[in-house]
Design a protein around this ligand. Structure first.
Ligand SMILES: C[S@@+](CC[C@H](N)C(=O)[O-])C[C@H]1O[C@@H](n2cnc3c(N)ncnc32)[C@H](O)[C@@H]1O
Length: 316
């Protein structure tokens, strides 16, 4: 990561920074889900209602952008569609089209929440644990099955069966072959896999929205040292995110291990090490925050978790 003035103290490495830990956890969650399909596994920061707050934050940003665009198009004397099509851009936060990448997706819960909220562009979750990807796909299949059958929960299902409204037959494999996957998942190591693996085609401009809930937390607990720099490997995370975003794209990161001030040091102004010194180089710039209930302890005010939003600027 380029030019970070005074980096916060590093976190002591822990097992949460190892792939073995996550593989084991998701192995367990997979077997729980197989036993009880309603058990979708851990939703990180659920006690702070992080997921709902992130979705609400994105809804608000989308509306703001829509209003700005309408005002702009009004000034240009053009309709919304014609102006955007001319620029070949499209709004960056249009829920119908925005491409969304969730880094370290776990059980995929955040993307499912966005999809339930009407975000229907390209939604992709990635994780380095094959078990996590397996779990997220299984949860997605189960959700689609329930939706297809018009079911909310196991109770509804039992009720329908009691009323003689049996299930619609599934395919031989038990899969919902007739319904397209609305959220997809793939194995990807954020620190090692090439960003191009996540580009659907060579003309892809990069992701409109990159999300991280608890993943930078886990990565910054990894003991790994980057042989190229001799520094902790997690310090390259910001540059990796930058390479995945399109210009103007947003990165929304939620953490319990780092405060807002510390997240700013890691990400605000972050550029790729190769580009760092160049004028106009692409970098991340602080663009918003989510408010959580705060507490006071010993005269110091704090939050249990922090969510900051950064925009990729420059680099044109
Ligand atoms: C605290 S969990 C958060 C899971 C999910 N984002 C959520 O909010 O429920 C951290 C996730 O990061 C993933 N992870 C850690 N290091 C990673 C890496 N280098 N590449 C991809 N995923 C990673 C773990 O497998 C785990 O699923």
């Amino acid at each position: 990561m380029a030019a970070q003035s005074s980096a916060p103290s590093y976190l002591e490495p822990s097992v949460l920074g190892t792939k073995e830990y996550w593989d084991k956890l998701y192995e367990k969650e997979l077997s729980n889900h197989a036993e009880n399909p309603e058990d979708e596994g851990t939703v990180w920061f659920d006690d702070s209602d992080a997921e709902a707050k992130i979705v609400a934050f994105l809804d608000e940003r989308e509306q703001e952008e829509q209003q700005q665009e309408l005002a702009q198009d009004g000034n240009d004397g053009e309709g919304v569609e014609s102006s955007n099509h001319k620029k070949g851009l499209g709004r960056r936060l249009d829920r119908r089209t925005a491409s969304v990448l969730d880094l370290g997706c776990g059980n995929g819960s955040l993307l499912f929440a966005l999809h339930d909220d009407g975000w229907t562009g390209r939604l992709v979750g990635v994780d380095y644990s094959e078990r996590s990807v397996e779990l997220a796909r299984a949860v997605g299949r189960e959700r689609r099955r329930r939706r297809r059958l018009g079911l909310g929960s196991d109770d509804d299902e039992e009720e329908m069966e009691e009323q003689g409204q049996g299930k619609k037959p599934e395919t031989e494999t038990g899969e919902d072959d007739d319904e397209k996957e609305d959220v997809s998942f793939q194995v990807f190591d954020i620190l090692r896999s090439p960003a191009s693996l996540l580009s659907p085609d060579p003309s892809f401009p990069g992701w409109d929205l990159v999300l991280d809930k608890g993943t930078f937390d886990a990565i910054s607990l990894s003991p790994e040292i980057d042989p190229a720099t001799g520094r902790r490997a997690f310090e390259g995370y910001g540059a990796r995110v930058l390479a995945l975003l399109r210009t103007g794209g947003l990165f929304v990161v939620t953490s319990c291990n780092w405060t807002e001030e510390e997240l700013k040091v890691w990400f605000d102004g972050c550029s790729s090490s190769a580009e760092g010194g160049r004028r106009g180089a692409a970098k991340l710039k602080l663009a918003g925050r989510i408010e959580y209930p705060s507490f006071s302890f010993g005269g110091v005010k704090g939050q249990t978790i922090s969510t900051l939003c950064f925009e990729k600027v420059g680099g044109d």
